[in-house]
Write a protein that binds this ligand. Sequence first.
Ligand SMILES: Nc1ncnc2c1ncn2[C@@H]1O[C@H](COP(=O)(O)OP(=O)(O)OP(=O)(O)O)[C@@H](O)[C@H]1O
Ligand SMILES: [Mg+2]
Length: 318
Amino acid sequence: MAAALAEVGVAAEAAVYSEEFADEVRDQLLGVDGVLVWVDPVTGSRDRAQLDRLLRDVSGAGVWVSAHPDVIARMGTKEVLYRTRSLGWGSDVQLYRTAEEFKRSFPATLASGPRVLKQYRGNGGIGVWKVGVAGDDQSAGNDPVVKVQSARSRDGAAEQVALSAFMDRAEKYFGYNGGEGRLIDQAFQPLITQGIVRCYLVKAEVVGFSRQYPPDVAPECVFGLPSAKTMFGPDEASFARLRRSMEEEWVPGLQELVGVDYGSLPALWDADFLFAAKDPEGADSYVLSEINVSAVAPFPAPALPKLARAVAAAPSAR
Ligand SMILES: Nc1ncnc2c1ncn2[C@@H]1O[C@H](COP(=O)(O)OP(=O)(O)OP(=O)(O)O)[C@@H](O)[C@H]1O
Ligand SMILES: [Mg+2]
């Protein structure tokens, strides 16, 4: 990254962050023109609350920040699945802002088929759960036994528990994010058995893809962290249609729906896609699974010079 930046005349320095020495990092960031940030939304028991305050401060002082915390909130949390559900990448998605709303509405949604619940902000499958009525028995009233699987487990292990007990347990997610936590409820996509496609972007331009295959478990157990990524450049023929949909329709649609203009688009971000049933012409169709903005690494090598040029072109108020 530093070498790619040097190529376009930008000198880079590293800034290692932790809450213990946040003030030192603040001083360092106030001395530069811009900052590219890679920090996960959740690390152990910590979230980005303190870092986001720091980044807002340095941005307010005229330092260019990518991605700005406000931009992450608009397009990089799981709520984006709900806000953009009308786009071609959309799916059946519900949003619960309070525990009461969740407990009132989730049983009926679940009765329509298995669901995936996602906490508002997370990574590495933390707080992502597949929930389905056990044995497909829809006759158990409004407190059926459900089968619950974590996206963190790679072995397909599932637990059976009463729906009411599971919902009590999930209430904690509403207390996260400074009490502003949410749950996003997306229909389970059975073609997760084909793995996922990650599409990488610099601003509004697709700069590459990665392909991941599911863990080696029985097809009915496939859910959660997939295999290592195989990287592809932006011109990979098998993703040409996905690239066109992204650049021509979905990214402009996203920008409009969540209110992010070109200048505020992250220097680097990605969108994960699950496969949906093929369209009538036999071409692949895709459903958005999530957008990552906080910490996109690794990414395909051809993205580097484009990312560097986006940094060089960034406005700095200083
Ligand atoms: N609707 C769905 N249907 C089937 N599987 C899903 C669905 N949504 C998510 N998954 C599975 O759960 C995994 C984690 O979900 P997601 O990518 O939304 O969370 P994350 O914690 O932000 O992950 P990452 O660290 O990759 O950013 C996905 O890789 C996929 O295997
Ligand atoms: Mg993610």
